[in-house]
Write a protein of this length. Sequence first.
Length: 91
Amino acid sequence: MAPNSELAGTWSVIEYSLDMEPLYGPYHLYTYNTSADTDSIWVDNIYDSAIKVKAYAISETSFNLTSDDLDISEAQILQDSIIFRVTLYNR
């Protein structure tokens, strides 16, 4: 099975500060596999704003992304939860 197929799902997301204070949410985030690339997934609706990015599937439970606009790191699926850290760049 390709790593990206296990990462597909619909997630209810609440955003937290680095101090673990709730900031925003919940809203839905979507992760789904690509048909052409078994090592990639799409992450859609980041920050409840319809931002859609292609991320690299590291394993069946983790992914990351580095781009000019944002980074997603420490992204993991833990049973029925998803957790990740996002850095946005204002260029």
